[in-house]
Write a protein that binds this ligand. Structure first.
Ligand SMILES: *[C@@H]1O[C@H](CO)[C@@H](O)[C@H](O)[C@H]1NC(C)=O
Ligand SMILES: *[C@@H]1O[C@H](CO)[C@@H](O)[C@H](O)[C@H]1NC(C)=O
Length: 284
């Protein structure tokens, strides 16, 4: 579905080579949570189990929990399988994202907003470049994300950022630097994830609160897989995913998701259109 293309310009190739000299590409799969991630908060509420093959986050009235990757990445294809908080998950938010540090940080976000039993989760996505975000798109899903594991992927390369669910693209953010739109190209990012309470805004605009009698809430992770440029020094050569873009079949799937499941798009938000559409939203 994602195809390689050779139309990359000569100038881009030069930049790519320069970037790649500073990092080494490592393809890792069947990875171990002990070797790839650090638990960063939650005082025992986050746990690595099954000999490192799974990780669970939990949230109760007192605290949530979270983890981050040991490595930093500069471009890559990163997959994680998640099983989200089941039942009444209203008010809970599971965040899963890539982010760099500093005031002009870059960030690529998935956020899963819980809901009442039987009401759909919302997947919230955003892209920050140089500290500027406000690029939200939200979706419902075509399955229940709490009964089985599903794969959530971020492809990030100099051409585009593709968010996918079970290999179905749900969002593409193209590099529009030629129009003056910032795009993450220089700052290495870590993977972060956390489960926390946000019942002041998360579910149905904050109207539905967390039911603490159902706590603790759990989200489960497994199947982390990265084909990514790991920031460490050392040389490497360009890899296929550096050039990956959607092909026609990928765009057909993307349109299917966007027609049937997209519930918010900053590009068509009429309250924002008054200030002028963001440049990257204009149809080419
Ligand atoms: C992860 O934990 C190890 C051991 O405590 C520490 O040495 C390392 O710096 C941590 N990595 C990050 C990215 O915080
Ligand atoms: C929760 O369910 C309602 C419909 O019952 C839906 O409008 C909303 O998008 C869902 N998600 C959140 C996070 O509120």
């Amino acid at each position: 579905m994602i195809s390689s293309s050779s139309s990359i310009s000569y100038a881009n190739q030069i930049t790519l080579v320069a970037l790649l000299l500073a990092c080494s590409v490592i393809i890792a799969s069947g990875t171990n949570f002990y070797s790839d991630f650090n638990i960063t908060w939650g005082n025992g509420r986050a746990q690595i189990i099954n000999n490192g093959k799974m990780l669970t986050l939990s949230l109760d009235k007192y605290s949530g929990s979270g983890f981050e990757s040991k490595n930093q990445f500069l471009f890559g294809q990163i997959d994680m399988q998640l099983k989200l908080v089941p039942g009444n998950s209203a008010g809970t938010v599971t965040s899963y994202y890539l982010s760099s540090k500093g005031k002009t940080w870059d960030e690529i976000d998935f956020e899963f907003l819980g809901n009442l039993s039987g009401s759909p989760y919302t997947i919230h996505t955003n892209v920050f470049a140089q500290g500027k975000g406000n690029r939200e798109q939200q979706f419902h899903l075509w399955f229940d994300p709490t009964t089985a594991f599903h794969t959530y992927s971020i492809l990030w390369n100099p051409h585009n950022i593709v968010f996918s669910v079970d290999s179905i693209p749900i969002r593409v953010f193209n590099n529009a630097m030629n129009k003056g739109v910032e795009f993450p190209t220089k700052q290495p990012m870590r993977i972060y994830s956390s489960l926390w309470n946000a019942d002041d805004w998360a579910t149905q605009g904050g109207r539905v609160k967390t039911d603490w009698t159902k706590a603790p809430f759990h989200a489960v992770y497994r199947g982390f897989r990265s084909r990514a440029c790991i920031w460490s020094g050392g040389a490497s050569s360009a890899k296929v995913w550096m050039d990956d873009r959607l092909d026609a079949a990928g765009y057909r799937k993307l349109r299917w998701v966007q027609n049937k499941y997209m519930i918010y798009n900053y590009c068509t938000d009429s309250s924002r259109v008054k200030q002028g559409l963001p440049l990257e939203c204009e149809v080419p």
